[in-house]
Design a protein around this ligand. Structure first.
Ligand code: LMR
Length: 333
């Protein structure tokens, strides 16, 4: 496929720079993220680059910047809105400034498992949330899974009261703040790239992450206990700058959307297995005790965190909340 001069001119007119569209050169998409290459998101970004360069050679070039090497949690969304970077996949906990509706994903024990999350993301309400930030010039292109979160700490967390008095690193989310406060713990918002250092120095004593983030950041080497709570989800929204995205010539954008569908399918199919493989690696490393909970123990954690839902229902919206509650297979209150 060749980009016509006309469509490039339209692109240039519609949006002064059309991303990093050099004169007669390829359209450059900078894709920045905060995790390692060997994670579901890291692999997704690399697969996107590979497919784009196979299918749109000379027309689109993708540059991937992992590990907060270009932008990190503090500045990546602002950089996207300024078109200094064209693609990101922040965790759904990081959009609070732009929409409160996505807070639904942070509510503890709302989704029973990743399958339930998947169902919600595929249904009308979930799809609608991809468009919830367009007035801020952010367009959601897809949901990518990482996985369910586990609690890690310097002490064994068997029952909810074990968390009291500890400081936990959290993502910048009011829901997660309330979740740890509810346990009598102290939440501390820190960028992802500071998590290892904060745990190592003792600035915080605990955290919550999927297995893939724990393993790839070596958090298990500084967290002697990890409790398999699966209490919440850490997933991503693949986003672009709306003005940039809609100014891409139609044929190229259609091709990019097809590639995104393919990558999304691959990321979401492999994420759970990748997390389980990292769980096994963590156990083999022998640095942490992995604590599993009985159904009754897990229910106690659910009961302790569940009051958080009420605090956020008005902001999230009753429609979004009730759509999310229909996706679990098991019926409960
Ligand atoms: C975190 O900050 O813990 C995560 O959002 C990092 C990530 O992108 O998985």
């Amino acid at each position: 496929m060749r980009t016509s001069l006309l469509s490039l001119a339209a692109c240039a007119l519609a949006f002064a720079s059309c991303g990093a569209l050099a004169d007669n050169g390829p359209l450059v998409i900078k894709f920045a993220h905060v995790v390692a290459d060997n994670t579901p998101k890291g692999q997704g970004a690399l697969m996107f680059k590979q497919l784009v360069e196979e299918r749109l050679p000379g027309e689109v070039r993708v540059e991937v910047y992992p590990n907060s090497s270009l932008y990190g949690d503090a500045d990546e969304l602002e950089a996207l809105r300024n078109n200094d970077v064209q693609m990101l996949a922040p965790s759904l906990a990081k959009f609070e400034q732009y929409t409160k509706q996505l807070q639904v994903f942070d509510l503890p024990f709302l989704f029973d498992d990743l399958e339930a999350v998947n169902r919600f993301q595929k249904r009308a309400k979930g799809r609608q949330l991809l468009r919830s930030m367009e007035k801020h010039n952010i367009v959601g292109l897809a949901y990518w899974h990482n996985g369910m979160k586990q609690l890690s700490a310097t002490r064994a967390l068997q029952v909810p009261s074990d968390a009291a008095g500890l400081t936990f690193r959290i993502q910048p989310s009011a829901v997660l703040d309330a979740q740890f406060s509810q346990l009598g713990a102290t939440p501390l918002k820190l960028p992802f790239k500071e998590v290892f250092g904060a745990l190592q120095s003792g600035k915080v004593q605990g955290a919550e992450n999927p297995w893939s983030n724990i393993y790839s950041q070596k958090l298990h080497s500084v967290q002697p206990y990890i409790t398999e709570t699966n209490h919440g989800v850490l997933d991503y929204m693949l986003v672009s700058n709306s003005r940039f995205w809609y100014a891409i010539p139609h044929q190229i954008r259609t091709e990019l959307e097809g590639i995104i569908d393919e990558v999304t399918y691959a990321v979401n199919r492999q994420a759970e297995e990748a997390n389980q493989a990292d769980r096994r690696r963590i156990e083999s490393a022998g640095t942490s005790t992995v604590i599993t909970l009985t159904a009754e123990q897990r229910e106690a954690w659910r009961a302790a965190m569940r009051p958080v839902w009420q605090q956020f229902e008005a902001d999230i919206g009753a429609d979004v909340m009730s759509a999310a509650q229909t996706v679990n297979r098991k019926k409960r209150d």
